[in-house]
Design a binder for this molecule. Structure first.
Ligand code: SAM
Length: 333
């Protein structure tokens, strides 16, 4: 680690605006040296809000009283066709842990996307599966996998999840994915209940050790009908500092400006890019299902958060000196 834990603590807690500005500037310098002034787009396709898990924070948890949906292979391919026309060269298939998506169905889907769009990368974000399943999906053509570790502190993990979920299993999944040759993403929510500076430092230390190709972080936002519905949302400022710190300790990482940040602040994404982020993930899901994938309250899926508004997104990024290329946006080692 190029920073001690006391230095991390100081930067996470300082109220000195000059120190914060310097942190952001240093993060951007590091990103620009490796990736240039480029922000990569991924088209997010929310394939299902069925979930067998009961994570305490999540609006689509098993016990949530929400209308459930899942997309068929044809619907997903339609999203990819639209996305390809709009300039997307990475598709992210995200969803709850939905047993309907057997290995057979998913492999078939991945192969069809790869056949139809051979110059595109496929990222999966479908939660915990067994190693054999990850292996089949990788063979079928999946390139990347996002699985946030949620917290690197085992006690904290236990307070965010029901007893049947296991910190060790989540970590094992990340190790398996890495082993199988995926570009792997981990990450966590900022301001989740019971999080502390000590647990955040553990998250940063984990990222430094694991050196994932991607890290997804965004503020926790309460979701109605969950055990955490009355908890406070995470802080935008702290999220920005963490983005900058992640960029500095692991300069090559691909770092999204997440929807949760855009939801809490009208220029959240621009601010994230000014803190070292270099990925945006507009929503490519069918319009009628976007509102149903309600993992937290008031989730944005319109404006430049919507894939159809790529032109608007490009303009907003150009306004802060960033280009949005038509590119898979692979990790640079
Ligand atoms: N089921 C897959 C998994 O577990 O990785 C992917 C879907 S899951 C809904 C994607 C991410 O949403 C989680 O990893 C979590 O960090 C984030 N999330 C869930 N509820 C949230 C909330 N209330 N506020 C902010 N982020 C949330």
């Amino acid at each position: 680690m190029n920073m001690s834990s006391s230095e991390l603590e100081r930067l996470l807690t300082t109220s000195d605006p000059v120190a914060v500005d310097e942190l952001m500037a240093e993060a951007c310098r590091k990103r620009d040296e490796i990736y240039g002034r480029r922000v990569f787009m991924r088209g997010l396709i929310e394939i299902s809000n069925h979930c067998r898990n009961n994570c305490l924070y999540c609006g689509i948890r098993r016990d949530a009283q929400c209308r459930r949906y899942r997309l068929s292979k044809e619907e997903i391919l339609d999203c990819c066709r639209t996305g390809y026309r709009l300039g997307f060269r990475t598709f992210v298939l995200q969803g709850g842990e939905d047993a309907w998506y057997t290995d057979e169905r998913l492999c078939e889907m991945v192969k069809s996307i790869k056949t139809g769009f051979p110059d595109c990368a496929i990222t999966l974000s479908l939660g915990e599966r067994d190693r054999a399943s990850y292996a089949l999906l990788r063979e079928a053509g999946a390139d990347r996998y996002l699985l946030r570790h949620e917290t690197a502190d085992v006690q904290h993990y236990g307070r965010l999840h029901p007893a049947e979920m296991s910190f060790d299993h989540r970590m094992q999944c990340l190790a398996d994915l890495r082993d199988l040759g995926y570009q792997v993403g981990c990450g966590f929510m900022v301001g989740s209940p019971y999080q502390s500076i000590a647990t955040l430092i553990k998250d940063l230390e984990f990222i430094d050790r694991f050196r994932p190709e991607m890290v997804g972080i965004g503020p926790f936002i309460p979701a109605t009908g969950t055990p955490f519905e009355h908890e406070r949302a995470g802080s935008v400022e702290l999220t920005l500092r963490l983005l900058a710190l992640i960029r500095i300790i692991h300069p090559h990482v691909l770092l999204p400006a997440t929807t949760a940040l855009g939801t809490l602040h009208p220029t959240g994404r621009e601010r994230a890019v000014a803190a070292g982020a270099n990925v945006v993930m507009p929503n490519l899901s069918p319009r009628d299902t976007r509102a149903l994938y309600a993992i937290y309250n008031n989730k944005l899926a319109t404006g430049s958060e919507a894939a159809e508004s790529v032109a608007d997104l490009r303009l907003r990024m150009q306004a802060i000196g960033m280009e949005v290329p038509v590119d898979r946006g692979d990790f640079k080692s």
